[in-house]
Design a binder for this molecule. Sequence first.
Ligand code: EPU
Length: 290
Amino acid sequence: MENLVHLSNLTTFGLGGAPLRYFRPKGPLELREALRQCRRLCMPWRALGGGSNVLVEDGRLPFAVIHMEEPSFAWIRRTGATRLRVGAGARIVSLLAFCRREELEGLEFLAGLPGTVGGAIAGNAGARGKAVADALRRVWTMTPDGRCVVSASEELRFGYRHAEFGEALLMEAEFELARGDRKLIALRMGDCARARRDNQPIGISSAGCIFKNPPGCTAGALLERCGMKGRRIGGAEVSAEHANFILNRGAASSRDVLELIREMKEAVRSRFGIELELEVRHWPAERRAA
Ligand code: EPU
């Protein structure tokens, strides 16, 4: 266990204050101990993977963070002709390299996505009309009292950028893929990664798409039509490449980002009557009494 960790160092947005406790368990036993401590102290907790889809506020965070970053959670194993088992901490890029090498197809659409398998499953990450849950068979989670539970993917009620783990923490997952050809798999991965590079800002701090796409349209197109591209508050700026991305231009505060989000929502609401919903996970800081 380490304390005084600032999440700004662990999130791709470069934002976030200090949690009540920071745990980086080295394996299931330490994970069980972390969950038990949280339970004993009645302390809420949140799991962190690659930190690429979270908007964490600056300041004191009223929860503990369990960071699934250790190598013992980052393994990938083939468990059948078309089956894989993966630890929640494995990077997506490593999973895709494994699939390519083992000639297993079905996850190519994830190419170019940052973050970990755990994060991708928790948010049912997707692209091109496909989502990670489509190929998921089972997950292994740990409950707050330290029990390990296996669940079929259907039990997690996956939807568009949505999954329900209740109080449990994801430890590993099993995917059912299909046999494929290495060259074709590599081509498809290349296409997906290229498409991302062509119309999304890469290499600048952000948390990916800020809003979910409303039914039948895309948040990016709506925001662009509202003239939001390039709009800046403090160090936070709406990307000129893709209007559903907010960039941290170096010194953004979470307040800058939240203010920009409020403006973006207001613009789309007043022009189109559509209520945009956050796609990134928002982790608020402690509210000080006025
Ligand atoms: N568009 C605009 N203006 C913009 C951005 C997009 O007009 O500023 C238009 C594009 O021209 C295109 C359409 O909107 O016709 C869709 O754009 P894009 O292909 O970029 O996809 P998206 O719907 O904006 C979704 C996911 C992305 C994923 C891409 C690729 C959501 C919220 N976003 O974006 O996921 O990478 O598809 O398939 O579902 C993320 O989850 O963080 C993320 C980036």
